[in-house]
Design a protein around this ligand. Structure first.
Ligand SMILES: *Cc1c(COP(=O)(O)O)cnc(C)c1O
Length: 425
């Protein structure tokens, strides 16, 4: 039976059998017991599926991964220790030294550094392109060694709405998958696979957890990209893995090849798993995701309209505003709302921005976004601090930009807080 997304948020991933716990148990165990060493040997050879060590797989984590795969409409998923780990492994699973990645420049500051500094150190070249590049421009950025295209569906903090179909068509013409970070819209507001994306990642730290309790990430595979069609580009998936006695992931696991390799090889060797307890908390967050996302979006729309009409506010960026640059794209890709994040600037630039933030009472200054409590951050002096002015402009982050993450409190209280703080400028 196929359920709607709200039902999946509550029901997917874990179905107890007769007499078993109704709620997903926390399997807080590093290891699993077997009767014979021969059977465990088969697990090590990937000849049989089963649990043996939680660095590779754990039942609590797997149930939550299965729920998220279902929410995104994918075939398989893997939880990671953070959103950063999800971004890294989504790329590193198919790229190695000598390869090349194309990425939208409008991405989270941490991901920008990962690609621009750390991945380059590993010998993987990166070309950043404008987030509103045409198909021709994306293809022109490709090289014979390009292995993937990376972008954010709704960028943090610039709130650029990605033309997913355009990026997917370009990636497929190049013969590589489109990987998108769907953290801000969540699968409630956007399911990128429906528009041609091949791999989706999330920082589950944000709306999915929703309560700012646990750092985590997830990688989901649509199962749609045909690796074997471009076998010469993806030897890690399409030729034997000597570290598993010569199994070939695409032959043995079909549509599950990408996630199986990420689990069996990446996690085995580099170990960036989510803990069962954090996965349990994430699962609780997922149960109420549709309710919270709806309230975040309704509040953010009201807050954006209030700011839009305020004389001390010079600009407001929220895709739900009719005069927003990305309103048309948002109507296509995010018809039910974008997210609770609103970016704006006040007259008086960087100095006034800091003063306004200090004057807020309900909304707290925190390095976080996308949880139940309203919070704000000045990216130019925090998350995007390492970037040069040119890089800031390329990411769509101006020096005075305030990122307001509208929570699920009563909108009237959030607006009253902004009103009193703006009055102090
Ligand atoms: C926060 C964030 C990340 C990084 O996630 P962590 O869980 O903090 O490692 C990646 N992408 C986006 C869009 C984010 O907002």
């Amino acid at each position: 039976m196929s359920y709607k997304i709200g039902t999946k948020c509550v029901q997917s991933g874990y179905t107890p059998k007769n007499g078993e716990p109704r709620i997903l148990p926390i399997y807080q165990s590093t290891t699993f017991k077997y009767e014979s060493s021969e059977q465990m040997g088969r697990l090590f050879d990937l000849e049989e599926s089963g649990y043996f060590y939680s660095r590779l797989q754990n039942p609590t984590c797997d149930a939550v991964a299965a729920k998220i795969a279902d929410l995104e409409g994918g075939v398989a998923a893997m939880l990671t220790s953070s959103g950063q780990a999800a971004s890294f492994f989504s790329i590193f699973n198919i790229c190695s030294a000598g390869d090349h990645v194309i990425s939208s420049a409008a991405i989270y500051g941490g991901t920008f550094n990962l690609l621009d500094v750390t991945i380059r150190k590993m010998g993987i070249d990166v070309t950043f392109i404008a987030p509103d590049s045409t198909k021709e421009e994306i293809i022109a950025a490709s090289k014979p060694n390009t292995k993937c295209v990376f972008a954010e569906t709704l960028s943090n903090p610039a709130l650029v709405v990605l033309d997913i179909e355009c990026f997917a068509e370009a990636a497929h013409e190049i013969g590589v998958p489109l990987i998108v970070d769907n953290t801000f819209p969540t699968p409630i507001n956007c399911r990128p696979f429906a528009f041609g994306a091949d791999i989706v990642i999330h920082s589950t730290t944000k709306y999915m957890d929703g309560h700012a309790t646990s750092i985590g990430g997830v990688i989901i595979d649509s199962g749609n990209f045909d690796w074997t069609k471009y076998a010469e580009k993806f030897p890690g998936l399409c030729t034997p893995d000597e570290s598993y006695h010569g199994i070939t992931y695409t032959e043995k696991f079909g549509k599950g090849a990408y996630i199986t390799k990420a689990t069996a090889q990446m996690m085995r060797d580099l170990g960036s798993i989510q803990s069962p307890f954090d996965a349990f908390l994430l699962n609780l967050g997922l149960e109420t995701l549709p309710l919270r996302v709806k309230q975040h979006c309704a509040n953010a729309q009201k807050v954006a309209e209030f700011l839009h009409n305020h004389p001390k506010v010079t600009w407001v960026n929220y895709p739900g505003l009719e005069d927003n640059e990305y309103h048309a794209l948002a109507q296509k890709y995010l018809p039910d709302g974008s997210s609770g994040v609103v970016a704006f600037g006040v007259a008086g630039g960087r100095e006034a921005a800091t003063k306004l933030m200090d004057a807020m009472q309900l909304a707290a200054i925190v390095t976080h976004v996308a949880d139940a409590r309203t919070c704000l951050l000045h990216p130019a002096s925090t998350t995007h601090r390492q970037l040069t002015d040119e890089q800031l402009v390329a990411c769509g982050v101006s020096p005075e930009l305030i990122r307001l993450s509208v929570g699920i409190e009563d909108a009237e209280d959030i607006i009253a807080d902004l009103e009193q703080a703006l009055a102090q400028l």
